[in-house]
Design a protein. Structure first.
Length: 614
């Protein structure tokens, strides 16, 4: 046994020395600026001894300093154009310090620059394959991500000078793309269309209801589409492209629009929004009459003009988004501090009894007169010396993790459901009714995730305990229930911890037992009395840490906004389409950087960044 105890002592001593040596080595690494290695060593020490506050503080500082160094290196790589290396450094900084906002912003910047290069490459590839429309869309996307991308800017200027005009799905057969100049003063509108026809080679047909109103136009160096759009808007006309070289002009009245514009049907399948609620929004925004909800498929069927269908698609893309989710890490600690002391002489039993010999259980007064001292028996209480003091400190810990959707509600109940029995008497017939009362710990949380990764949390905590039992005159059972509760609304950052305390219950009891008269004598009475003193104090601590699991990804189009036509004619296309630079987005996925090479201890369980969307 002695050898065994000695072996344990040696192991404990060796472990302590080993930790001390590792801590010394970690301190040396930190002092020399090698914060990555220091963070790894401090992390190992802290995992072995989580109660060591010094290890925790040093580990947090090492992580912060290492993250700062990685961010600085990333900025240097970014200035040199080494986007891959910069992205890896920013990712490393965020793995070490997830709340380092400047590293996140720099990482997004590096990603945008890399995506800009990707789309520029896709544009060149599309040009090689003769797909000029896709090439132009790719170059525009590249410039939207990095306006300083000179290569994309040069290519798109070349395309603008030679690209064919596409209108309503037709590649117009323009005989000339030379700039158009119009100078008319109080001339007929059909005369202006005639000039455009001669300059471009396009044919115009007029609906019988088109009036040859007088207009004044001064237009210089415009494209064909710009000149056409200006005449259509000022004359309140609509157009219908018949083929590659013929366009029909008609009055833009509801009747004529219904006559010339073809309608299409499209079904929108919603993944996140409720179709019954969304259809009302669509009716207000796009004013389409023919819309039907398919509840089983959670889909909306729309029949409208193609430009209205396109507008509906943009609206739905902006609102049918996956909701944010947050993981709430909650720690609930109940600390019981019970202090009890029992000092003095305990007389048990607390009575003095006397007895005399009797016959048949009775005694006469004459017998009492002749009673001798040897026949009187007196029982004295036994004395026990109490010297006891207790000081208890018990921790009861609950550590649930709750995953909640944005604006969702989550509830936790840890405890019992106590039956409360009530008796009802009606015409001599008694009926018992049982109701259950929740007793224990109840927590209710309702998070709201903001776009800046901050979380508003509406929190309610109640801690209750069962008290004394009471039986009423009718036989019903009732309990006294002590409660402590709090409600609050707070805002925390992703990963920030907030601790609540102060829910205290305090109860003190003091009981004194003494022999009458002699127990009340000062000083001497302490030897003939017993004092039982107890103090029960409990405190509830609540720690809550939110972690954003999924953030709502708002499309770039929704952030920038998009055209919706005129008040009476909703449309996804600009009124003066020839003056806008809008093009359809290029489908596909941008360049994916190679996964970061990090020490295994820091490697994330899943990719740090989702694949970028075009």
């Amino acid at each position: 046994m002695v050898k065994f105890i000695g072996l344990i002592a040696v192991v404990v001593l060796f472990t302590g020395c080993s930790s001390a040596l590792l801590a010394h080595d970690a301190d040396k690494l930190a002092s020399s600026g090698e914060w990555d290695e220091a963070a790894l060593m401090y992390r190992g020490l802290y995992q072995k001894d989580p109660s060591n506050l010094a290890y925790k503080i040093k580990y947090n500082r090492a992580k912060f300093e290492a993250a700062q160094i990685h961010h600085k290196r990333g900025e240097e790589h970014l200035e040199k154009g080494n986007h891959d290396a910069a992205l890896l450094e920013f990712q490393a900084a965020l793995l070490l310090e997830p709340l380092l906002d400047k590293a996140r912003a720099s990482m997004n910047k590096a990603k945008r620059l890399m995506d800009s290069l990707y789309y520029n490459g896709k544009g060149i590839e599309a040009l090689t394959n003769g797909k000029e429309r896709e090439a132009k869309a790719a170059f525009r996307k590249s410039l939207s991500l990095n306006p300083e991308n000179q290569a994309a800017l040069i290519e798109i200027e070349k395309l603008n000078s030679q690209q064919k005009l596409v209108m309503d799905g037709f590649d117009l057969d323009l005989k000339s793309t030379a700039p158009i100049t119009l100078e008319f003063r109080d001339a007929g509108v059909k005369k202006a269309f005639e000039v455009i026809s001669k300059l471009s080679g396009m044919n115009f047909m007029f609906d019988p209801d088109v009036r040859d109103d007088r207009i004044t136009v001064f237009l210089k160096d415009a494209t064909f589409q710009q000149a056409l759009d200006l005449l259509l808007v000022t004359g309140k006309f609509g157009k219908k492209v018949a083929n590659e070289n013929t366009i029909i002009i008609y009055p833009a009245t509801p009747q004529k629009i219904a006559q010339y514009e073809e309608l299409m049907i499209k079904v929108f399948y919603l993944s996140n929004s409720d179709a019954k609620k969304t259809v009302n929004l669509l009716r207000t925004m796009i004013r389409a009459r023919d819309m039907v909800v398919h509840e089983e498929l959670n889909a909306i069927m729309v029949r409208a003009r193609p430009d209205v269908i396109e507008l509906a698609q943009k609206v739905l893309n902006s609102i049918d988004l996956a909701d944010s989710e947050v993981m709430l890490e909650v720690s609930i600690i109940e600390i019981n501090r019970t202090k009890a002391s029992k000092l003095g002489i305990d007389l048990s039993p607390d009575t003095i009894t006397a007895s005399v010999p009797t016959t048949g259980g009775t005694i006469s007064l004459g017998d009492l007169r002749t009673l001798s001292s040897g026949e009187l028996l007196i029982s004295l209480p036994s004395a026990i010396l109490n010297i006891k003091k207790e000081d208890l400190d018990a921790n009861l810990l609950a550590n649930p993790r709750i995953r909640v959707k944005n604006n969702g509600k989550a509830k936790i109940h840890i405890g019992d459901r106590v039956p409360i029995i009530t008796t009802t008497v009606n015409q001599g017939v008694s009926t018992e009714n049982i109701q259950y009362q929740d007793v224990g710990l109840k927590l209710s949380v309702e998070p709201t995730v903001r776009q800046n990764d901050e979380i508003d949390i509406k929190l309610a905590l109640e801690v209750s305990a069962l008290g004394t039992k009471t039986i009423t005159s009718t036989g019903s059972v009732a309990y006294q229930i002590g409660t402590r509760n709090t409600e609050t609304v707070l805002r925390l950052k992703d990963g920030e911890t907030q601790v609540f305390g102060g829910l205290i219950s305090d109860e003190e009891r003091k009981t004194t037992a003494r022999i009458p008269i002699i127990g009340e004598v000062p000083l001497l009475g302490r030897f003939f009395s017993n004092v039982d003193d107890s103090a029960i104090k409990t405190e509830v601590l609540l720690s809550i840490t939110p972690h954003v699991i999924r953030q709502m990804e708002i499309p770039e189009e929704a952030v920038k906004g998009f055209m919706s036509g005129r008040d009476e004619f909703p449309s996804a296309r600009p009124v003066l389409e020839g003056y806008s630079g809008e093009q359809t987005a290029l489908p596909g996925q941008p360049y994916q950087p190679s996964p970061m090479q990090m020490p295994e201890q820091f490697a994330p369980p899943q990719p740090l960044m989702p694949p970028p969307q075009p």
